[in-house]
Design a protein around this ligand. Structure first.
Ligand SMILES: N[C@@H](CCC(=O)N[C@@H](CS)C(=O)NCC(=O)O)C(=O)O
Length: 326
């Protein structure tokens, strides 16, 4: 685990000491947009027109942020339009690697790099910053379009509609305000909240993060007791963003990140919601619990120095979800 500084890799864990024991996630640096005609998006440069087999997605199957993009890729039927490479689940002194000796990894099919940071250097040889997944790569300009999962989801949702994507809009105009509002607090309290709890290095930072997290989960449990999805009766991006955290919660976050006030399996509505989305055709294929469990328990040496993977609870996400009652 480390980062690039002026194009040079430095192996260093997150600096929580500088923030009173609090984990602070840094901002993504590549923020261009693929658009139907290649004009500039909300930020970044123009020149990234939606085309078949021009772009390539790099993911970890362990990572909840990368998982969001895989969900959207699946729902929009982009598998043949945007191919994918999968890194090795362990993220150690070289960061993410393309070792391919773990089932489900692919290596770097474009450039045969050994490490993901080499791809970042290919885009910008003096890059400074974290080397994160997901990465959306442009084979034409040889650069990173975006390393921000929230933006990649939006591009997948609509940019490729004229070049063969499946119909479906998970960010419909009439719900955008509501989706943005939900995303805002779900990101801060839940998606990032589990990391803030798990990576805290002071009692006060942990207490604060974990209490915010479980208050938000209680709020979500109530909302999902009254309606099928977070904005009402339609599945949207907001649901998908919450879901990738819920999938990892009982198998990993409860134990590894000390998010143990209660389990998702004990929450009637959140658990039903988790199972319903899991059962959407194609979605289960995006879930790889081996990558998830090996990544977290074996990569985070500061919080689990032995690398021992906990047993985890038994569960069956194929059981009837009962959400059709709403
Ligand atoms: N804002 C980014 C965050 C992505 C992110 O933090 N990914 C993690 C994996 S779960 C990562 O690659 N971390 C490596 C690092 O921080 O050095 C996004 O949502 O795309």
């Amino acid at each position: 685990m480390g980062q690039l500084i002026d194009g040079v890799w430095h192996d260093k864990w997150y600096d929580t000491a500088a923030n009173g024991g609090h984990f602070k996630r840094s901002e993504s640096k590549f923020r261009h947009w693929i658009t139907p005609e290649g004009d500039a998006g909300p930020e970044g440069n123009s020149g990234f027109r939606a085309e078949r087999d021009r772009y390539h997605l790099y993911v970890s199957l362990a990572c909840p942020w990368a998982h969001r993009t895989l969900l959207m890729r699946k729902l929009k039927g982009l598998e043949n339009i945007v191919p994918v490479s999968v890194v090795h689940p362990l993220m150690l002194e070289h960061g993410w690697t393309f070792e391919d000796d773990f089932p489900g990894t692919t290596g770097d099919s474009l450039y045969q790099n050994e490490f993901l940071y080499q791809l970042y250097l290919h885009a910008d040889k003096s890059y400074s910053g974290r080397v994160t997944v997901p990465v959306l790569w442009d084979k034409q300009q040889n650069t990173i379009v975006s390393n921000e999962s929230a933006d990649i989801m939006r591009m997948f949702n609509s940019a490729f509609d004229a070049v063969g994507a499946r119909a479906g809009d998970y960010y419909p105009a009439e719900l955008r305000e509501q989706i943005d509002e939900i995303n805002h607090w779900v990101y801060d309290c839940v998606n990032n909240g589990v990391y803030k709890s798990g990576f805290a290095t002071s009692q006060e930072a942990y207490d604060e993060a974990v209490s915010v997290l479980f208050n938000a989960l209680d709020r979500l449990e109530k909302i999902l007791g009254q309606q099928r999805y977070l904005t009402g009766d339609r599945l949207t991006e907001a649901d998908l963003r919450l879901w990738t955290t819920l999938v990892r919660f009982d198998p990993v976050y409860v134990t590894h990140f000390k998010c143990d006030k209660h389990r998702i399996g004990d929450s009637l509505n959140l658990h039903g919601f988790l199972r319903e989305i899991y059962q959407i055709p194609g979605i289960a294929e995006t879930v790889n619990l081996e990558h998830i469990r090996h990544h977290y328990y074996r990569s985070h040496k500061t919080i689990n120095p032995s690398g021992v993977i906990s047993l985890g609870p038994a569960f069956n996400w194929n059981e009837p979800h009962g959400r059709d009652r709403l």
